[in-house]
Write a protein that binds this ligand. Structure first.
Ligand code: SF4
Length: 352
């Protein structure tokens, strides 16, 4: 079991972020915020996929107006993503944002940052301070050697946290992002050693979903396995529901997410298999898709190693030529012809 790093707990609407709460999956809408109906639909799909927080970009005044409408139409606490504009930040807070994401580095005037902090305090809105490598470059207007970036990001984060704390504002979540896996790990280790605020993990510009999956799993998985990270967002181009699915898979792999649906285990197949295991596994996947119990269900390609390798499954099918051996909790309960495997599996599921 992973021992989470101890942090403060920050309330984001009805959702708690921090070491005492489960790691929170979040994602971002990818339709114009002014398109209220499409945003609401996407937020509901993301919530169904496991997101407990959803972020929306609010670059224009019309977006914060739409944000106010969207807040009223969904149950998920919403985060406003703000860049460059103190006005947008204050409008989003007044519109009902449970949290805003702010890079204080691109709000130029200190008095504007203080105005945002005061509004957030008044409305009990949390703030994520997000620094990233790109903003470090912007501040310096010159390329920075990679070995210096972590130190500079940490320095920048320290100055922002000091500013917020000087105003007695503690509802902070911190994030430091890079598109590079090893630097993401390094900076987040440094942030979590320095502060006791919850940490938001993510890898920026991770790529198309198929390309984002592996680097995100390595970066976020490494940190989460060390107990670092209280909310995560996987960034991938395309459908945000895929981001949520990848995030969920990372947490499930680390035992940080309680499943509400079955886990399907499939043997890799080898020369011992006498049936099409993948085809059978796809049929099982479809048959169990509406089951809402966290069961382990295994599809194995033979009766030589299959029963032993699936011994910890609640239900296992070990396939042989033209037939299937059905096991429940490691004990064989029936042998059925190939065309009866799925009905036999469903019958056993009914009993559980
Ligand atoms: S369960 Fe059987 S078919 Fe599948 S990989 Fe193991 S030995 Fe091969």
């Amino acid at each position: 079991m992973i021992k989470r790093r101890k942090t403060k707990t920050v309330k984001v609407g009805s959702v708690k972020i921090g070491s005492r709460a489960p790691v929170v999956i979040q994602s971002m809408t990818k339709v114009p915020t002014v398109d209220v109906d499409r945003c609401v639909k996407q937020i509901k799909r993301l919530a169904h996929a496991g997101c407990r927080l959803v972020r929306l970009a609010v670059p224009r005044r019309a977006d914060t107006d739409a944000f106010a409408q969207i807040v009223q139409k969904v149950d998920v606490p919403l985060i406003a993503d703000v860049h460059f504009s103190a006005d947008r930040a204050v409008e989003a807070i007044e519109a009902g944002a449970a949290k805003i994401r702010l890079n204080p580095g691109n709000i130029k005037k200190r008095k504007d940052i203080l105005r945002i902090i005061d509004a957030a305090k008044m409305h009990k809105t949390a703030i994520r301070i997000g620094v990233n490598e790109a903003s470090i470059r912007d501040l310096r207007k010159e390329p920075i050697p990679t070995q210096k970036r972590t130190a500079l990001m940490l320095k920048e984060m320290k100055s922002y946290v000091r500013l917020f704390e000087s105003r007695n504002f503690n509802s902070l979540v911190l994030s430091a992002k890079s598109s590079n896996v090893t630097r993401t790990i390094k900076i987040n280790r440094a942030i979590s050693e320095t502060f006791d605020y919850p940490v938001h993990l993510g890898l920026t510009h991770a790529g198309l979903p198929e390309d984002a999956r592996m680097p995100s799993a390595i970066a976020l998985g490494t940190l989460l396995a060390e107990g670092i990270g209280d909310t995560i967002r996987v960034s991938a181009a395309g459908n945000p529901v895929e981001e949520a699915e990848i995030a969920k898979q990372i947490l499930i792999a680390l035992g940080l997410y309680e499943r509400s649906s079955p886990e399907l285990i499939v043997c890799p197949t080898c020369a011992r298999s006498e049936i099409d295991v993948i085809k059978l596994a796809r049929r099982v996947e479809k048959a169990i898709s509406r089951i809402d119990k966290p069961l382990r269900i295994a599809v194995m390609g033979c009766v030589v190693n299959g029963p032993g390798e699936a011994a910890d499954a609640n239900l296992a099918i070990c396939a042989a030529k033209n037939k299937g051996y059905i096991y429940r909790n490691g004990r064989r309960v029936s042998i059925v012809p190939e065309n009866k495997i799925i009905p036999a599996l469903l019958e056993e599921l009914q009993k559980m």
